[in-house]
Design a binder for this molecule. Structure first.
Ligand code: ADP
Ligand code: MG
Length: 666
């Protein structure tokens, strides 16, 4: 595109824009609806357009290099409103005394003044829907919209519908060219609304088409695992604990699927600490018992290592070989590992998404387990499956979502649920305190430390900036060091550290080398230190409920009473309610249900942590009905064996084909 050189292309890439298509589909996340309002209806700090007459010659004061302030007075409804513009001295020549102008800015209701943002033309003021995009420091709003405009003008004739015309008619959807036009350049609220409605449907429908074609094509007949029942039972008997009845139930569901010659594709949902790993271990054992290999994929290195250690101690005494492959595995050991894998010496391979690299070749892969499966994309999961000849797949998630939602969000999977915790678990005691009450819990922390227990401290992702989070964590780290050292030692863990550093910090904490661990959310999943009994979460209002629950699940893993302390000053009632949900319940399903109920419009707690797949425009929770309909339509289309050959599905078939050939490795 004209105006996009290598530098700019790279900046656009950072936003996930790498071609004209993704540029046109880079939709605004909201619109600013500018209005000319009577003065007495404007709220404090509201962004508005004021229409008035310039009452005095504007003045510019320079406040140093590049800094200036332009002041003018605007006569609005017989009131004089002071207006100031920062760092836009050139506006002076556009403003003449006596002229009627439109100024867009932020209103201060106390001073009855306006912090000007820009002066609008009549047509700009009429077109009052201003799209707001998520941008970064290299690409601003104005520049992005200019590029989108350019691309749209140049390529609009090439934009074709992907969704079949039958559905467009049935649901009164817009053509794609109108969706793109109105998403970016709506002339009214109505246009923006209609465009968004179709954009959501398109997104859900294409997502479901992908899932349903996977279900139809990939999961036909698969490997039947003929394990020896007595062997499996005696393996279960040798576990250090008796399985809960919920575990027994899901083990049966899984073993049935594995034995059957249809390919298993099952989602195992269970709260943190409900014992999913034990269930996975039984499934692994059954596969290996019939001579197959097993692959376990997890989202982080720390978790991979921890699983590897745990499973090695369980399986190696039985002569079953366990290996670990991550991005950090050194070339030499890697070669011998890959050898062992292809000749069948290795029975269980555990790793991060390094497992989907091309050179990872199994001898006879019979079972795949994907932990925290929502952390992986559809294509990544598919790539792992393609390492075997229709291997059985068990996906696991510790962030339970209500069953109805699971069925649509994971339309291609059967669902098993562990709805019971192992007996004798003491529920974690959760309290919520305000920031200024923190001092008051120090004696309690001293007490816990004195009796040999350990403490986690988590600081949030306030912004998507690891630098900022690190500083936050480091500040808290210093505070705790001053308070507790030398009696107790404090460690720190953050996302900027190398994986090897993270791993050594985790293992030091596990070995009680230090008693307090300050961390950003990198400790979130799966980490298991049973001697830790206190979880303190700072600025807890910045977390989603699912994530808070997940973090809380890091404690309560041993025999002692555990505690979770939420430190939060929520800004509104909703925030306070969310804190109370955490205080009142320890049950992941209850929490996820309450989370759904509490989600109001404008609540921007992301789905990333909630176990629900992420969409760009659609919200699978708020727009669940639409997601459902999209699923029904996708099922209907795919049920027809030659749907790809029908003329009305031409573009759809191309889309699906293409989306599977993309190798998305994050
Ligand atoms: P999840 O993966 O679901 O979070 P884990 O499998 O890590 O849970 O189990 C949490 C802890 O509970 C582990 O220490 C595990 O050994 C223990 N555990 C699992 N199942 C049982 C059981 N049936 N009875 C007692 N303890 C159990
Ligand atoms: Mg399994």
């Amino acid at each position: 595109m004209p105006g996009v050189g290598p530098k700019k292309a790279e900046y656009l890439n950072q936003l996930g824009i790498d071609n004209i298509n993704s540029l046109l589909n880079y939709f605004p996340f909201r619109y600013e609806n500018l209005q000319i309002k009577p003065l007495n209806e404007i709220k404090d700090q509201e962004k508005v357009i004021l229409k008035g007459q310039v009452a005095l010659e504007p003045t510019v004061n320079f406040l140093g290099r590049k800094k200036s302030i332009l002041n003018l007075r605007l006569l609005v409804e017989n009131n004089v409103v002071p207006v100031s513009f920062f760092n836009q001295p050139w506006l002076k020549k556009n403003v003449k005394v006596g002229e009627i102008i439109l100024v867009y800015g932020k209103f201060n209701n106390i001073k009855k003044s306006l912090a000007g943002i820009k002066i609008l033309s009549n047509s700009e003021a009429l077109n009052s829907m201003q799209p707001i995009y998520s941008v970064n420091k290299n690409i601003g709003q104005k520049e992005l919209i200019k590029l989108i405009h350019l691309a749209f003008e140049q390529y609009r004739d090439l934009i074709q519908n992907v969704v079949p015309s039958t559905l467009i008619q049935k649901y009164k959807l817009l053509n794609l060219v109108d969706v793109i036009n109105w998403m970016h350049f709506p002339k009214s609220k109505q246009e923006a609304y209609l465009a968004l409605r179709t954009a959501k449907f398109n997104e859900f429908f294409l997502f479901q088409m992908k899932l349903q074609s996977i279900k139809k094509n990939d999961f036909s007949s698969g490997i039947s695992i003929k394990y020896n029942k007595d062997d499996v039972n005696s393996f279960i008997d040798k576990l250090p604990f008796k399985l809960t009845s919920a575990q027994v139930k899901v083990v049966n569901e899984i073993l049935f699927d594995m034995h059957d010659d249809k390919q298993m594709n099952r989602l195992l949902q269970g709260d943190v600490g409900s014992g999913k790993t034990a269930v996975a271990a039984v499934a692994m054992y059954a596969a290996i018992n019939d001579g197959y290999q097993v692959s376990l994929m997890v989202p982080t290195e720390v978790l991979a290592e921890q699983h590897a250690n745990k499973l090695a101690s369980l399986f190696e005494p039985l002569g079953i070989n366990v290996a670990l492959l991550t991005g950090n595995t050194k070339p030499k050991p890697k070669i011998s590992l890959l050898d062992g894998l292809s000749n069948g010496d290795i029975d269980i391979l555990i790793g991060t998404h390094a497992l989907i690299q091309d050179n990872v070749i199994y001898n006879n892969l019979g079972l795949i387990i994907i932990d925290e499966q929502h952390r992986f994309g559809v294509n990544q999961r598919r790539q792992l499956r393609n390492k075997g000849n229709h291997p059985n797949v068990l996906s696991m998630t510790a962030t339970p979502i209500p069953r109805t939602l699971a069925i649509t969000a994971y339309g291609e999977m059967d669902v098993s649920i562990i709805d019971e915790l192992p007996a004798g678990r003491m529920p974690i005691k959760t309290t919520w305190i305000r920031n200024n009450q923190f001092q008051s819990i120090l004696p309690f922390l001293q007490q816990r430390l004195k009796s040999g227990e350990q403490i986690y401290i988590v600081t949030p992702l306030i912004e998507d900036s690891e630098t900022l989070n690190m500083r936050n964590a480091e500040y808290i780290y210093q505070q705790f060091t001053e308070t507790f050292e030398p009696d107790y030692k404090v460690g720190i863990l953050h996302g900027r550290m190398k994986d090897s550093e993270k791993n050594s910090v985790m293992s030091d904490f596990k070995n009680n080398q230090f008693q307090i661990l300050v961390s950003t959310t990198v400790i979130e999943v799966g980490v298991d230190v049973s001697n830790a009994t206190v979880m303190i979460i700072f600025d807890a209002e910045h977390f989603g409920l699912a994530q808070l629950h997940q973090l809380r699940g890091r404690v309560g893993r041993g025999k002692r009473q555990s505690y979770c302390i939420l430190v939060a000053n929520p800004k509104n009632e909703l925030g306070a309610k969310r804190m109370n949900v955490m205080v009142d319940s320890n049950d992941g399903f209850v929490i996820s249900q309450r989370d759904l109920e509490l989600r109001g419009p404008g609540d921007i707690v992301g789905n990333k942590q909630s176990g629900v797949p992420e969409f760009k425009v659609g919200d699978p929770i708020r727009d669940m009905t639409m997601l459902n309909i999209a699923q029904q339509e996708a099922i209907q289309i795919v049920s027809n064996n030659d749907w790809q050959k029908r003329p009305e599905n031409k573009n759809l078939a191309i889309f699906i084909e293409k989306s599977f050939s993309e190798k998305i490795l994050d």
